[in-house]
Design a protein around this ligand. Structure first.
Ligand SMILES: NC(=O)c1ccc[n+]([C@@H]2O[C@H](COP(=O)([O-])OP(=O)(O)OC[C@H]3O[C@@H](n4cnc5c(N)ncnc54)[C@H](O)[C@@H]3O)[C@@H](O)[C@H]2O)c1
Length: 478
């Protein structure tokens, strides 16, 4: 099929490249001409593992191009995906201006040559499917020589569940595909579009093999527009709450002398709970959880419902981010004039995305308190320099260098390469060997042998290190 993807951010670029790899002919459109110019040179503006390689394969498969001319792309397309940003407004509501503009322009570019499906992939408040339809109709009326009734189109909601850092695998091997629409005809177009994905009728790229035991058919959930929109919000709210729950349990573990990772393993092996998203740490970040939970709270509020669980989930996360400062104060007392080395800036590993990253809040607080900040991130440092130039950070070219003369280091992002650090060597670089492990990445015993005063999140080892209480009983190897 001929497909247009509007918005070449994390979602749009990955969606476009994957659809082209599956054999569709894709045009990706953005209003940002600098981004498009880079993409035309095969220079992908975001960091996403495997995307450059898949782009090269996609060009040979269905074919993909990048343009700023939305009208020309829409005119030639059967399916138009809207994948523009829906960032939060100061009130917590979603900013729909990009979505509205994309929908209106799509309508204005339509003619009667074919039936088109406009698919909303952006995460939007419930009811936006109807809004998109209205705006497309307005766009059609705005100076379009075609009469509205002559132009056939359907609107669908197809929420995106990819995770930055593993977006290619998430897109090629999804747990499910959700399609919401009013008309059967609209749903049929999307089922046809996704047929190669649903039936897994493609050769997996060598750098992203099909997971062992992956099902022969991907489940497709077909539903109404409203339910599809709600599925996305409910999924993100649940995941944010699950991490928040692990964090709250970790905080209690720390008080009573239990070990959070062991406790979470103990509950996660229960098939009703599941082990993923139970890692305690210094809180979630990223462009989605915070904005989507807030937006869902607003929607609930519009209907006179106070979403207390969602409110608590945000509150727990806010508190969790303050833990780093609290733990540094417990170890160092005074932060003024201290040097703190941060390992990681991105909100999670394998991405350069800094939106709502805990690192930023930690840095701001440390600087306010008069500390000096040295930082190393394998990928996100350029983005940080560019987007947060006002933060006075000394950027370092390695983790080792970030630790140089530091009074403490803080593991903020669990990049896999940090796991392999020679902690003995790291501690030798430092003025004081204090390690705040914000993601429970390191083995506390190994960190201690390396000379560190180690402090994780919800770990009974915190207590052992201080010699305050006896060792907690350990579970058999799991
Ligand atoms: N990033 C994720 O991991 C993720 C996962 C699932 C869902 N989502 C949702 O997907 C949507 C997109 O997220 P993202 O992270 O890709 O955003 P992004 O900010 O990285 O990209 C959005 C792009 O849209 C472009 N744009 C804005 N208005 C436009 C217009 N009128 N015409 C053409 N291009 C336009 C912007 O220039 C930008 O390049 C959001 O609603 C987000 O909540 C994101």
């Amino acid at each position: 099929m001929r497909v247009t993807v509007i918005g070449t951010g994390y979602v749009g670029t990955v969606t476009g490249v994957c659809l082209a790899y599956l054999g569709h002919q894709v045009t990706c459109v953005d209003t940002d001409d600098k981004k498009i110019a880079r993409l035309q040179q095969h220079d992908i503006p975001i960091y996403e593992p495997g995307l450059t390689e898949l782009l090269a394969l996609a060009e040979k498969s269905g074919g993909i191009d990048f343009r700023t001319d939305l009208a020309a792309a829409v005119a030639e397309s059967d399916v138009i995906f809207i994948a523009v940003g829906t960032p939060p407004l100061p009130t917590g509501e979603a900013n729909l201006s990009y979505l509205e503009s994309a929908a209106r322009s799509t309508g204005a570019a339509m003619d009667a040559s074919r039936y088109r499906v406009v698919v909303n992939k952006s995460t939007v408040p419930v009811g936006c499917g109807n809004l998109v339809e209205t705006l497309i109709r307005e766009g059609i009326r705005d100076g379009n020589p075609w009469k509205e009734r002559e132009i056939g189109f359907g609107v669908a909601s197809n929420p995106e569940f990819l995770r930055e850092g593993s977006a290619i695998g998430d897109s090629l091997y999804p747990d499910r595909i959700v399609v919401g629409a009013q008309e059967e005809r609209t749903i049929k177009v999307l089922k046809d579009l996704y047929q190669p994905l649903v039936k897994q009728q493609f050769d997996p790229p060598s750098f992203c093999p099909r997971p062992a035991g992956f099902p022969k058919a991907v489940p497709v959930v077909t539903t109404t527009l409203t339910s599809a929109e709600m599925i996305k919000y409910a999924a993100n709210a649940f995941l944010a709450m699950k991490i928040g729950f692990a964090n709250e349990m970790a905080n209690i573990c720390e008080k009573v002398g239990a070990d959070a990772p062991e406790v979470m393993t103990g509950i996660g092996l229960d098939s009703r709970i599941g082990i993923s998203f139970l890692n305690a740490g210094i809180g979630w970040g990223g462009s989605c959880f915070g904005k989507d939970v807030q937006s869902l709270m607003h929607i609930a509020g519009d209907y006179g419902y106070q979403a207390r669980l969602l409110e608590a989930s945000l509150a727990v996360n806010r508190l969790q981010r303050q833990l780093v400062i609290q733990k540094l104060q417990e170890k160092l007392y005074i932060l003024k004039g201290r040097t703190i080395g941060l390992l990681g800036l991105a909100f999670k590993p394998n991405t350069d995305d800094l939106r709502d990253a805990p690192s930023l809040q930690i840095i701001e607080r440390l600087l306010q308190m008069g500390a000096r900040v040295r930082a190393f991130d394998p990928i996100a440092m350029d983005a940080c320099r560019e987007q947060y130039g006002h933060l006075k950070i000394t950027y370092c070219d390695s983790a080792m260098s970030a630790a140089e003369d530091a009074d403490a280091i803080v593991l903020v992002t669990e990049w896999p390469e940090f796991r392999d650090l020679d902690l003995g060597l790291v501690s030798k670089q430092m003025a004081q060997s204090i390690l705040v492990d914000g993601r429970n990445l390191f083995d506390p015993a190994a960190a201690r042998i390396a000379g560190f005063d180690y402090c994780g999140i919800g770990r009974s080892e915190n207590l052992r290190g201080n010699g305050k209480r006896g060792a907690a009983p350990r579970v058999a190897s799991v």
